[in-house]
Design a protein around this ligand. Structure first.
Ligand SMILES: C[S@@+](CC[C@H](N)C(=O)[O-])C[C@H]1O[C@@H](n2cnc3c(N)ncnc32)[C@H](O)[C@@H]1O
Length: 325
């Protein structure tokens, strides 16, 4: 099997079919925008050269960082496709209630409600401004029936409460759970997820790894949208091999030369995949499964994730995990 030599190749793979909505590859390293409680608000807007010269309606002074994030990082359709079909394969029936931990704008929860009239979603995040943005810009665009089946709650993921308990699935995507940097802390979160899943519930996570994940480097990508292109930069600013702590940021550059620096920032522990599997088992989960991405025969991923016991030494990869209660 061909090795994926670069993160950008790996991460881009599924992007190719949807021009304005990058799929999960992009979110991988890049989108990792989740975890650390994205330092919202602190974005520095500057004028500088170097962005794409193609005509574009984007400029730093007016661009909304959440809109940019949606284009560059998130792929809620692909994410819901994966968890929906995998839950059915595991349990032999469709899931109904989804909890989205670290939901940010709640885009994934809204997509779940859109899929079937029986679906309900609960999104948990402790950033009120981001939840409010999701309410105004995503939730408000659902039909009345869909909207009535989504709750976005300002709550710590470790205290999901009655509304967030007894659910069929819990999702912790975009590596958001890497905010928990101590082993005990991450295991306690996993145990809490298990406790608050309904019987037969399944926990879904994603993971980013490969030797490039430990490099201090920037990954630039042009994002095409109907309004024109912009440049998305995933910046792995620092990595400490002793503690595993890493500082990352997302910047955006625009064709008119303006820039939005540090639109999102994260402080994480870069966990390894074996550690995550061990901690899920230690937290009481059964059948912890890794889903590895297939190969497009040109050195990139093909966007299809299947259960695997052995991976490849890719420069960068994204995979999913499921863990059963
Ligand atoms: C960028 S978002 C991830 C959004 C979305 N899950 C995605 O895939 O892009 C990460 C979110 O985690 C939230 N967060 C961090 N720690 C949290 C905690 N302990 N409980 C709830 N939310 C938390 C932050 O407020 C931030 O909005």
């Amino acid at each position: 099997m061909a090795k994926r030599e670069s993160k950008s190749e790996t991460l881009r793979a599924p992007l190719q079919t949807v021009e304005h909505k990058p799929l999960r590859s992009a979110k991988g390293a890049a989108g990792a925008a989740g975890a650390a409680g994205a330092a919202g608000g602190g974005a520095a807007v500057t004028a500088a050269g170097g962005a794409s010269k193609r005509p574009s309606g984007w400029t730093a002074a007016t661009a909304d960082r959440h809109v940019l994030y949606t284009h560059a990082v998130q792929s809620v359709e692909a994410e819901i496709d994966f968890v929906d079909s995998t839950y059915r394969e595991i349990r032999g029936k469709p899931a109904r209630i989804l909890r989205e931990d670290f939901c940010g704008t709640g885009a994934t929860s809204c997509e779940w409600a859109r899929r079937r009239p029986q679906n309900h979603a609960v999104g948990l995040d402790r950033d009120q401004a981001t939840l409010a943005w999701g309410g105004q810009n995503i939730l408000s665009k659902l039909s009345d029936s869909e909207r009535a089946r989504v709750k976005l709650l300002n709550r710590d993921v470790r205290e999901p409460g009655r509304e967030g308990s007894g659910v069929d699935m819990v999702l912790a995507m975009n590596f958001s759970y890497w905010i928990f940097r101590a082993r005990e802390e991450l295991r306690a979160y996993f145990a809490r997820v298990r406790e608050t899943l309904g019987s037969g519930g399944v926990f879904f996570l994603d993971h980013y790894g490969g030797f490039e994940s430990m490099k201090e480097q920037r990954d630039k990508r042009e994002i095409k949208t109907r309004k024109g292109p912009f440049t998305y930069i995933w910046d792995q600013k620092t990595y400490d091999p002793i503690t595993g702590k890493m500082d990352c940021a997302i910047h955006f550059h625009f064709a008119d030369g303006t820039r939005m620096r540090n639109a999102f920032t994260y402080t994480w522990r870069l966990w390894t995949l074996p550690e995550i599997q061990e901690l899920l088992s230690e937290a009481g989960f059964r059948n912890v499964t890794v889903y590895w991405e297939g190969d497009d025969k040109k050195g990139s991923g093909n966007g299809v994730f299947t259960p695997a016991k052995q991976g490849e030494a890719c420069a960068a990869f994204i995979c999913y995990l499921s863990a059963e209660k």
